[in-house]
Design a protein around this ligand. Sequence first.
Ligand code: NAD
Length: 414
Amino acid sequence: MAEMNPFKIAQQQLDEAAAKLGLDTATHELLRWPMKEFHFTLPVKMDTGKTRVFHAYRVQYNAARGPTKGGIRWHPDETIDTIRALAAWMTWKCAVVNIPLGGGKGGIICNPNELSETEKERLARAYIRAVAGELGVHKDVPAPDVNTTPQIMAWMMDEYETIVGHSHPGVITGKPLPLGGSEGRGNATARGGIYTVREAAAKISLDPSKATYAIQGFGNVGSCAARLLAEQGAKIVAVSDVKGGIFKEGGLDIPAVVEHFKQTGSVIGFKGAKDLTNEELLVLDVDILVPAALECVITGANANNIKAKLICELANGPTTPDADAILHKKGILVLPDFMANAGGVTVSYLEQVQNTYNYYWSLEAVCSQLDRHMTDAFNAVWKTREQAKVHMRLAAYMVSVARVAEACKLRGWV
Ligand code: NAD
């Protein structure tokens, strides 16, 4: 369905902001498209000795505000349009948290569950050999995303340094700590989202420590959000992963769910909780809903049934535009993806800064910088929402697009 194409959605969202900002035609057209994109075909030796051919991408969407930045996803359903959309969202994301970076994204079409560790390493290194000429702290800096890990970042950094022949840890972020990673990077996306929930809840007189939560996705972002919220005493009544979800009205014991997940590979079947589907989780009667899995899960078909007062979009693109309009009409406050989940890229940026200085900060120092960026972003977007009388996503777009457009103009591009 055309409306479910994430890049079309990203363009549609930009069009709306451009109209509201009165953006000139050339700037608008420039911001509708990636400035550069690369398609790769990667031959990789499997453990059997046979070669398998993988297809991969890197999109550098817009570099007006600085080098492009964005994760690398490994997913069987990856498409160039998903990567383009995610690269566009990275551009708006870096702008909304006001860090001096542009937006990019990469992806490899593969099912990591079918790959051994050694095959993953060879695939990671093959990708870097293909893209190395386009990377670097002053060009484009990848990071982890769906199905990619600090270990994969370590292999990628090592391959890059082998090619260029010198240390260059800032070429990739989300690295393990001993290789120049930053304190707080592992759960930065979730932590940043929780800071925005704190700010938003105060605006709608909701106490986030007394609220009920449902979280879709139990990967890096979803499980970290669950853990951090549980540490703050929040009541998380439902969580899910690709296999399904679990629900307990009185609140789940999150450390025990994490343990169950480690042992079984899924949250489902957790003792004392009821199993439920991912669709059921989204429409639960909770205060705060946190989609933290994949795109396009809140659509025109289910938005009317959503009961949460606040939605914190930690996943990228979880809400389709038709659903957005319904949620807005229902008075549900949506913290849009590229603002709510900007914590990851913010700490990635802080990681790059530390790599450049070759001097490393404490967790407290990183968190306080992260809090400042997230809170300032929320306040800028809230102010635009009030002044322009628009919903949060459009307000966030207006803040970001205006900042990127200004950089394009100052450079003399338009
Ligand atoms: P991950 O691979 O660690 O976890 C993804 C989770 O989603 C897993 O629990 C998986 O079981 C679940 N899932 C997959 N398909 C599903 C489906 N069809 N229905 C329900 N659940 C499903 O990935 P992640 O890093 O946690 O990323 C999750 C989302 O957050 C993505 O949209 C990603 O782009 C976004 N994001 C990630 C980061 C980051 O720092 N990792 C930063 C910003 C945004």
